[in-house]
Design a protein around this ligand. Sequence first.
Ligand code: SAM
Length: 257
Amino acid sequence: MKVVTHVSAKPSHYNKESEGYDEFNEHNSQIINRTIETLLRKYNVKTVLDITCGTGSQVFYLHKHGYQVVGADFNAKMLAIAKQKAKKENLKITFLKCDMRTARIGEFDAVITIFNAIGHLTKNDFEQALNSISVNLNKNSIYIFDIFNRRYLEHADTITKLTIDWQTTVGKITTRKIQYSTIDDAGILTSNTITLQQSGKKTKINQDVQTLQTYSAQELKQLLTEHGFKVVHQSAIDGATFDDKRSERILVVAQKK
Ligand SMILES: C[S@@+](CC[C@H](N)C(=O)[O-])C[C@H]1O[C@@H](n2cnc3c(N)ncnc32)[C@H](O)[C@@H]1O
């Protein structure tokens, strides 16, 4: 079996996914967006930097709920979709192209990186991103993110719950996506995907391997503490009490010390 090494995602990583991204994502993000907004209200946040905004799911949600939000991402295609959506709705929102490991945008009450975005980084690069996030925060302000819970994925056969097998038809093209995942001793989640696209008698087959770094709640506490943050909240993405073996993702609020 080929050994896959986890490296931080390149800016082009979402080029292929960008087109169909909203169709797949909008429904999934409803729950977490509501929880994030509740947390932002609790911490009296007014200004937000979404530093991995993608097509803008959280940016638009929070803008509509009265927050002053700036969206940033390092993928040009995801950003172009976000900008197009803002233009269509006549919303004046700033979107910037930058890397969360080096971005210096301003000082905000909160920085967010949602939907496993930091899983795209190696541990070292996550540490670099934490330093950069800290620079973009006011004192005592908060960093909110979610990430796959390593302990959940390592527990019994829960990894099989990530298996995907779906089919959708748009116009004359039928797409079937089959994905299975494994997790190794370092908490690297590897997802193998086969995508088949059928148009009339022609079938295109694409094989892809993606990796994500996962963390346990305890590992995150340690890492954040070492980088000048205090963890003030860990829950499931719907805000429910976090359970090491049952919560698929960990939602974290870390306060800059
Ligand atoms: C799963 S998407 C999430 C987007 C959005 N937050 C959402 O919930 O739909 C992850 C995003 O992180 C971005 N990303 C990954 N690494 C990044 C980095 N180093 N700097 C900036 N953006 C990055 C990707 O380009 C992608 O748009």
